[in-house]
Design a protein around this ligand. Structure first.
Ligand code: PLP
Length: 426
């Protein structure tokens, strides 16, 4: 089920009023739903002490949302300096921040090591000697390569740029020990939007096997293993929800087996982004044009600068038209924005209720990797973000971009030079 029905129940009666007050388009997020999902996650893994969720900041990098995560006791998974800054602004400190970058610069490592230092999750063995001072606590991201091929859903880790290869992983930890590391984590993430809990169970089994093997080879006892994010949400109405309880039960069993075989038990960490906020946000846009040529087009006042997933991945986002769901004849339309790219479509050949100009159109499940992926191609500005709070108030948590934002990087102190090697008169 896209967009939980309690969220719909909270939002729809107030939607016209909200749209009139703030103006369309906007993403609106549901604080109550986010908190409930957070509590479900903590509840599911309550037997795995210590369990920690590091919310993947990239999914919804809004300060007010991160403050909710902080309030839930979550940490933050960051991969850039701006994400680190945001996580710290929300109250994330020291080891509550996991820095999982790749193709990292010295400046990024330096930023990750300031202010109490975050947990550095190294993406490659060559980065060991680019990290100075070497931290006491370090983690490596493991890439299983051909050991996990053949699974259509997971894709092919051999083609993935992330992580340390199987053949390098023991050496990576040995190098870390030589450079003074004394506390260790182990990370992997090989699935995205995974709806079948069994694939995450298999990933957990794999990473615990690697932890045992690295432990035998180096004497390391891991403080935590981190199975990454990647828990999926049902974007399509007929898709079943991810079975979090089954995942937790099976993962608990694997950790018990690990303890029996290795004499200790690491903590479990996760970096869920999509699962935490994806279903708890929608993009609200208004129908402004109806075009009838070879196909029927409903033009709305948002475009792919507000939500790129359909254009980028061909992703399905469910659409509803509040107040038009019953009785009216249905028609098959493309729901489009105004960007001069033909893939600027929120829906292609979708059967929807009859939509009239000025109707509100609700695009579901935009709470993760939605606004965050926004861009300004074609001079298309990004919309505002609102938060429907648990106390019933609606708060503007990010304003829309304006022309000044668009021009900001073109107004600065001029800087000119004449290259010496340029031939005179050129
Ligand atoms: C993107 C990402 C996540 C979050 O992924 P979701 O699919 O949103 O759960 C977590 N960890 C890392 C390292 C990522 O790159």
């Amino acid at each position: 089920m896209p967009m939980s029905s309690p969220f719909q129940g909270r939002l729809y009666p107030a939607l016209n009023e909200i749209a009139e007050h703030f103006g369309t388009p906007f993403h609106i997020y549901d604080e109550t739903g986010i908190r409930e999902t957070g509590r479900q996650l903590l509840e599911a893994f309550r037997h795995l002490e210590p369990f920690r969720e590091y919310y993947a900041v990239k999914a919804l990098p809004n300060l007010r949302i991160l403050e909710i995560m902080q309030d839930l006791g979550f940490g933050f998974d960051c991969s850039s300096i701006p994400e680190l800054v945001l996580a710290r602004m929300a109250g994330g400190r020291g080891e509550a921040i996991m820095f999982t970058s790749n193709n990292t610069t010295p400046e990024e490592f330096a930023a990750a090591q300031t202010e109490g230092g975050s947990i550095i999750n190294l993406d490659d063995i060559s980065l060991v000697d680019k990290l100075a001072p070497f931290p006491e606590l370090v983690s490596f991201r493991y890439n299983p390569g051909p050991r996990r091929t053949g699974n259509a859903i997971i894709g092919n880790p051999v083609e993935s740029k992330y992580g340390v290869s199987h053949d390098q992983i023991v050496a990576a930890y040995q190098m870390a020990i030589e450079r003074g590391a004394r506390r260790f984590g182990l990370h992997t993430m090989i699935a995205s939007n995974e709806l079948d809990h069994r694939n995450i169970v298999e990933t957990t089994r794999m990473i615990l096997d690697i932890a045992a093997w690295v432990g035998r080879s180096t004497g390391i006892q891991f403080e935590f293993v981190n199975i990454g994010g990647g828990i999926g949400i049902p974007y399509q109405p007929e898709q079943p929800a991810f079975n979090l309880g089954a995942l937790a039960d099976e993962v608990e069993g694997l950790f018990r087996d690990f303890r029996a075989a290795n004499g200790y038990q690491p903590g479990l960490s996760m970096e869920c982004g999509r699962f935490m906020t994806g279903p708890h946000g929608v993009l609200v846009t208004r129908a402004i044009n109806h075009k009838s040529i070879y196909r029927e087009y409903i033009g709305v006042d948002a475009c792919m600068s507000a939500l790129m997933r359909p254009a980028m991945y061909g992703a399905y986002h469910h659409i509803t038209v509040p107040g038009r769901n019953n009785g009216t004849p249905h028609h098959t339309v493309d729901v489009v924005g105004a960007l001069c790219e033909n893939n600027d479509k929120f829906a292609v050949q979708r059967t929807l209720p009859q939509i009239r100009e000025s109707d509100l159109v609700v695009i579901h499940d935009t709470g993760a990797h939605g606004h965050a992926m926004g861009f300004n191609y074609n001079g298309r500005l990004q919309p505002k973000e609102l938060l429907l709070k648990t106390d019933g108030t609606v708060e503007l948590i990010r304003r829309e971009q304006d022309l000044e934002d668009y021009l900001a990087t073109q107004t600065f102190d001029p800087d000119q030079m004449r290259p010496q090697r340029l031939s005179a008169g050129a």
